[in-house]
Design a protein around this ligand. Sequence first.
Ligand code: HXC
Length: 259
Amino acid sequence: MVYETIIVKIEEGIATLTLNRPEVLNALNDQVFNELAEAASKLAADPSVRVVIITGGEKVFAAGADIAQMANASAVDVTISDNPSHRAFQLIETMPKPVIAAIAGYALGGGCELTLVADIRIAAENALIGLPEIKLGILPGAGGTQRLPRLIGQGRAKELIFSGDFIKADEALRIGLVNKVVPTEQLAEEAQKMAKRFVARGAVALRLAKSAVNEGLRMDLEAGLQYEHQCFNLLFATEDQKEGMRAFLEKRPAKFQGR
Ligand code: HXC
């Protein structure tokens, strides 16, 4: 598939997926969602890809779902659509490898919600994040009412959802919406730096660690602990576990093969 609204670049195990509709501040229409879904399933299945970075570049992440596309939709149109945002976001969220959102400029509405399906969010100093849907007479319909409270707690999430206000990077950091804030011109480099740390780890352990966190959050604590234990046990069947522990005992860095 030739992508028109996103750019996918793969280098040294790191795939960078760049949103590319600058004329509308990377507004997310169905084509973007479909291309994101296609790219996510390809990157998930590609063993040469170890980490995925999603970004919009240094100016804007995404100013939300495409309002021009939604403006005249009827309830029936919205109901019978195959919900491309949900499909794309689910594929990204369940990607069996780390996903980092590198956010500069606006990350609003569906743009903010896209960052919430990443595992880790890095914000540039110029980032402005918010869920302005309420000002359009709708609500965050791409996971914002569900994933945001799970990430930052319901009080803070409701304030953002009810007000539609944008917050700056330092406030996003303070409330735990992003993991770190970096100078804008260093955003790409900082995302790469973090991605490289993950590339050096064992791919199977990473995959199961992500699954243990994500699946565990859907379960009660006892079931989550049981699931974690199964994931832990399974790793003793990998060469990486043998190599990791042998390397520790031999006082040398481990060389993981991802099997
Ligand atoms: C379509 C958009 C857009 C959007 C910006 N543009 N955001 N087009 N959908 N979400 C377009 C503008 O129409 C304009 O096109 C161009 O991008 C530049 O935007 P301006 O508004 O001129 O820029 P500026 O004055 O700098 O204001 C930036 C802004 C503002 C504050 C980000 O654009 C804005 O408020 N955008 C909408 C944000 C929003 O409400 N997002 C939530 C959407 S709902 P022209 O042709 O005039 O140059 C949503 C629901 C998700 O996300 C759940 C369902 C999947």
